[in-house]
Ligand binder design. Structure first.
Ligand SMILES: *[C@@H]1O[C@H](CO)[C@@H](O)[C@H](O)[C@H]1NC(C)=O
Ligand SMILES: *[C@@H]1O[C@H](CO)[C@@H](O)[C@H](O)[C@H]1NC(C)=O
Ligand SMILES: *[C@@H]1O[C@H](CO)[C@@H](O)[C@H](O)[C@H]1NC(C)=O
Ligand SMILES: *[C@@H]1O[C@H](CO)[C@@H](O)[C@H](O)[C@H]1NC(C)=O
Ligand SMILES: *[C@@H]1O[C@H](CO)[C@@H](O)[C@H](O)[C@H]1NC(C)=O
Length: 480
């Protein structure tokens, strides 16, 4: 009797626990979620209910500026297109820096962070933000160098990096002494632990090896694509990301069709979670079906222009929403012509569950071409299947170089050094100016004294008859 009772309790508890766990999994709430509306004097709420706090009075972000704290506001109507409307409220103001300045964010849980910097270069009577040229860096990594925001459009720069200190410092410094830096808004969000793993498949010309240490790299998101589906906005994404459609990157020779799945996406414990990519990414795909055509060498290919001579992380998201049964879909993945994954077996990868999300991370080096060709092609296995290849989502991230920089070749230390030299130069200049002014003032003061003395003497001495030169000498000796 007692035993059954206990068992019932246990059931109830495990049910509650399960409920709580699945509930908390559905609503990921990051330990740190610093949203800052730079240059603003009051909090700003976006349509997706996120609240950006003003940087002038914000407990989570401290602004340390080496110069005056200048905030600017857009005068008239902005020419934002529809894409930018979500963030439009935080594009109305910006913070302008004329010297090295930093935001310090309190970090409550060390680990991987997502950092988003928003730039919308409006123009006021005193500041044309399109003409700003500057560098942005953390204490370890250079995020942007010699950066100029393209006019009449907004730029969102997203970085993913590990923070192992109690605070994250993001610094801005003008690229030259007559330039300035600016930023409209900053997001610093703790990433879920499973967002970035430490290993990947390193695709090299002649082999695939294991890449370790992904968590030590800083990355910049270049492309985030919802393959075969519509644009996904921060409204529908678990981490407020934007995923764009793939059609403009698809090689026109690819014989493909898009697919939409209205069933339930089966997230598995060891597969991709809803934070890795949302339902809206996994429930659409582009598939290839070559069973009608005799050409089995066909591929579906996407082409991306990226920086040359850099290393990239390529994340491919798969969710078999097309097959009617398990163990039918097998395909090959090619990266810049190299076989990156042969006979990928999505059923085995997902633990034999259909419509279950899974992703594969590839690391590859791009040479002087600056192009990434990504292809899916049918495998020799499963040749008679309904579907011969599938892709649901794609992310391309740039990895820092050996100097710890994501843009440019200089490390943080050299940028700091040259900015100090810049400040030193300007200090020297102002010192010289100040000295010059002092000397001029002293001379002016002495001249005035002399003039006063002269005029006084002129009054008292002028009645005396005297020749000009003698009088002058006499007056001088009198005053002194
Ligand atoms: C601001 O600067 C950019 C680039 O220097 C220039 O193209 C633009 O015309 C300027 N805008 C205004 C309003 O002066
Ligand atoms: C995004 O969410 C809205 C409502 O929450 C829904 O109407 C819309 O279809 C979703 N878009 C996508 C691409 O899933
Ligand atoms: C192959 O043929 C089937 C039926 O004949 C058709 O539904 C399908 O769209 C065709 N696939 C392609 C890629 O043409
Ligand atoms: C990126 O920076 C980290 C930390 O400084 C370094 O360990 C790593 O080797 C760099 N990555 C590359 C590809 O050089
Ligand atoms: C900025 O550009 C100048 C001129 O091209 C270059 O000399 C300098 O190294 C660049 N600075 C950084 C931080 O990349």
């Amino acid at each position: 009797m007692r035993n059954t009772r206990n068992r019932e309790d246990l059931h109830l508890i495990s049910f509650l626990l399960f409920f709580l766990l699945s509930y908390s999994a559905a609503l990921f709430s990051p330990p740190d979620n610093h949203l800052v509306d730079c240059g603003s004097s009051s909090a700003t709420t976006l349509d997706d209910h996120r609240v950006f706090l003003p940087d002038s009075n914000c407990r989570s972000a401290r602004l340390v500026s080496g110069g005056p704290k200048i905030s600017v506001s857009a005068d008239g109507e902005s020419s934002l297109d529809r894409e930018d409307l979500l963030y439009a409220p935080v594009y109305r103001t910006a913070r302008v820096f004329t010297a090295l300045s930093s935001y310090e964010f309190h970090i409550s849980s060390k680990g991987t962070y997502i950092i988003r910097l928003h730039f919308y270069p409006f123009s006021t009577r005193r500041h044309n933000l399109s003409s700003a040229e500057f560098h942005v860096f953390s204490s370890v990594f250079v995020l942007l160098s010699n950066f100029t925001a393209s006019p009449d459009t907004s730029s969102l720069k997203e970085f993913i990096l590990a923070v192992n200190e109690e605070k994250l410092v993001i610094s801005f410094v003008p690229a030259s002494s007559n330039s300035f830096a600016f930023v409209n808004a900053i997001e610093v969000i703790s990433a879920p632990v499973d967002l970035i793993g430490d290993t990947a498949r390193y695709v090299q010309p002649d082999q695939i090896v294991r890449f370790d240490g992904l968590l030590k790299q800083a990355m910049e998101t270049l492309y985030r694509i919802n393959i075969g589906g519509p644009k996904v906005t921060p409204f529908n994404d678990t981490l407020w990301r934007t995923w764009v459609p793939d059609s403009s990157f698809l090689d026109s020779n690819s014989a493909t069709k898009t697919m939409y799945f209205s069933g339930r996406i089966m997230y598995q414990k060891y597969g991709a979670s809803r934070e890795v990519a949302p339902d809206s990414v996994y429930n659409t795909a582009r598939i290839m079906d070559v069973s009608n055509s005799s050409d089995s060498s066909s591929r579906m290919t996407w082409i991306f222009s990226v920086d040359h001579d850099r290393r990239f992380l390529i994340r491919m998201h798969f969710c078999d929403i097309a097959s009617l049964a398990l163990n039918e879909l097998f395909f090959n993945v090619y990266i810049n012509g190299y076989l990156a994954y042969e006979d990928f077996d999505i059923s085995a990868a997902t633990g034999r569950v259909l419509a279950s999300p899974y992703y594969v991370d590839f690391v590859t080096d791009v040479g002087s071409s600056g192009l990434l060709h990504l292809s899916i092609s049918p495998s020799r296995i499963g040749a008679a299947s309904r579907v011969d290849g599938l892709l649901n989502g794609l992310e391309i991230l740039k990895i820092n170089n050996t100097a710890g920089s994501l843009n440019g070749e200089l490390p943080v230390a050299l940028i700091l050094q040259s900015s100090r030299r810049g400040t030193f130069g300007s200090t020297l200049r102002s010192l010289i100016c100040g000295l010059g002014f002092m000397i001029l003032s002293v001379i002016g003061f002495m001249l005035m004294l002399r003039w006063r003395a002269e005029s006084k003497n002129r009054v008292s001495w002028s009645p005396l008859p005297m020749d000009a030169s003698g009088g002058k000498n006499a007056k001088w000796s009198q005053t002194v």
